[in-house]
Ligand binder design. Structure first.
Ligand code: NDP
Length: 241
């Protein structure tokens, strides 16, 4: 049995780790003493992280980001595919561009990241792949056909990877946040926010750190036997899906 007993700092790569949920995730790993690389397009990685400029819609950027993280910190043991976008509108108004930009970033971007990460993890014979999905992927949401499809796709991807890579002690899991206070939700009107809050059993939005706690747990040595799981961090909105 190859049970990882990691006591040394691990090489972690977090996409979109400059702000919002990704930043809280990067900071949580840094606080544990791990070596953290953060990809961003716009800059502003947290202190202590290696900042790498990369657009995850560009396969060459993804490859270069891993090369930079590997050079600085060693093979990436923990991938957190967090970067994501929305382009909300109702179906009949949704353009091909609204659809394809969200799928290319949220779903295909995560595929590119997982594929590149798996190369090193297969050699290491251990690894943690963690996708940041959304409660919306399983509940659906009007005006978010593109976003919900991209986030639901991550569940099928993680579960397929869990089956493909499990024999090498590589786990693949999904964290599905509910509504979190970040730039992404700041665009919602007060009426929209109140309506959403009314549906959440805990009656409030999450803080990014509450999502980060689930991610660091999935990456912990004690979670080596958890794979193909969807962990909701949604205040009860999805009722465990
Ligand atoms: P933000 O809008 O605050 O941040 C998005 C992050 O993604 C930024 O760091 C951004 O980088 C990065 N990013 C976007 N597109 C690309 C790209 N093409 N290449 C590289 N990086 C990119 O989002 P949140 O922190 O709110 O969300 C993070 C994740 O959590 C997303 O996947 C989102 O779907 C998911 N989520 C969020 C929820 C919420 O309520 N906020 C709820 C459920 C899920 P840059 O700054 O450089 O543009």
């Amino acid at each position: 049995m190859n049970t990882p007993t990691v006591t040394e700092p691990r090489s972690v790569l977090v996409t979109g780790g400059n702000r919002g949920i990704g930043r809280a995730i990067a900071e949580a790993f840094l606080a544990q003493g791990d070596r953290v690389a953060v990809t961003t397009r716009s800059g502003g990685a947290p202190d202590g992280a290696l900042e790498i400029k990369a657009d995850i819609t560009n396969p060459a950027d993804v490859d270069a980001a891993f090369a930079a993280a590997e050079e600085a910190h060693g093979p990436v043991e923990i991938l957190v595919a967090n970067a994501g976008i929305t382009a909300d509108t109702l179906l009949l108004r949704m353009s091909e561009e609204d659809w394809s930009s969200v799928i290319d970033t949220n779903l295909t971007g995560s595929f590119r990241l997982a594929k590149r990460a798996a190369k090193g993890m297969l050699r290491l014979k251990r690894g943690r792949i963690i996708f940041i999905s959304s409660v919306v992927g399983l509940l659906g949401s009007p005006g978010q056909v593109n976003y919900a499809a991209s986030k639901a796709g991550l569940v099928g991807m993680a579960r397929s990877l869990a089956r493909e890579l499990g024999s090498r002690s590589i786990t693949a899991n999904v964290v599905a946040p509910g509504y979190v206070e970040t730039d992404m939700t700041a665009v919602l009107s007060d009426e929209q926010k109140d309506a959403i809050r009314g549906q959440i059993p805990l009656g409030r939005y999450a803080q990014p750190e509450e999502v980060a706690a689930a991610v660091t747990w999935l990456a912990a040595p004690a979670s080596a036997y958890v794979t193909g799981a969807v962990i909701p961090v949604d205040g009860g909105l999805g009722m465990g899906h």
